[in-house]
Design a binder for this molecule. Sequence first.
Ligand code: C2E
Ligand code: CA
Ligand code: CA
Ligand code: CA
Length: 277
Amino acid sequence: AKHNGRNAYEFYVESMTQEILARLDMQSKLRIALEDRDFVVHYQPQYNMKNDTLIGFEALVRWQDKEKGLIFPGDFIPYAEEFGMVVGINRQVMEMAMIQAAKWHQAGVYFRRISVNISIEQVEDDNFVIFVKKLLLKTECRAEWFIFELVESQVMKNTETAIIVLQDLSDLGIEIAVDDFGTGYSSLAYLKHLPINELKIDRSFIMDTPQNSDDASIVKAIIAVGKNLNLDLIAEGVETEEQKEFLLSSGCERVQGYLYGRPMSSDDIDKKIFNLV
Ligand code: C2E
Ligand code: CA
Ligand code: CA
Ligand code: CA
């Protein structure tokens, strides 16, 4: 660098160094968060639009950081995946969701199920079923109170172990949902081999429906697949009355979206939905 001392290369090196340092910082913060159990679960209600009844909730993780406050999964799950920490986070979320499910059942409020996100690493591990059984016993929960969600891009891999583990979970009484359905760029053959109960239509297809006729067609096609294979359907990200009417008239009755409720703390669910305390 002759003139002002710094050329593009040096700036490049500097920004790379900063990125590496930021990643290392994220890695150690996430590790501490796991140790300290700094994750909390929020619950987003799922409804049947036809009769306005509550079906249940999806358990969604948030990171309660000492300094930054509540951090949303989009800002840390990708890192956790990179650092191999997703399984650890998912385990804590599952335990918290089960403890909460038991509380709600003891309080006598009605909901059919809680959806919990799982990852392919969990399903490819023989010990996962034992882990789940122990957790159910410890928290005094019934398997039937839960549905596990696996994103389509992961479920389509359906390796031998995954098939067995999903079948064991299903035999236990836990339902299985394919999350973000339609985004996996996959053949649908896996639907025949796996014990799947539900398809979750991805928000990206719902967002511009019904104005965008391509998206509307995709949603209708997904509903047709679901109905033909006798699977439950649920649409994510429903925000407007128009989307609701479109889905109802297309044959999808179940939703999870801001139109019906945002993810909330269990305290807020107690107050706003169950009228407890
Ligand atoms: P997801 O599984 O597809 O979860 C649904 C996301 O859509 C949630 O975002 C939810 O707040 C959001 N959403 C629901 N309805 C609406 C709506 O009407 N409009 C809009 N704009 N958004 C809506 P959230 O909580 O930020 O979670 C983002 C993603 O993080 C989840 O997407 C999931 O992939 C991941 N995630 C959340 N919890 C966990 C977890 O416990 N484990 C793992 N591995 N991933 C998780
Ligand atoms: Ca999900
Ligand atoms: Ca989803
Ligand atoms: Ca989604």
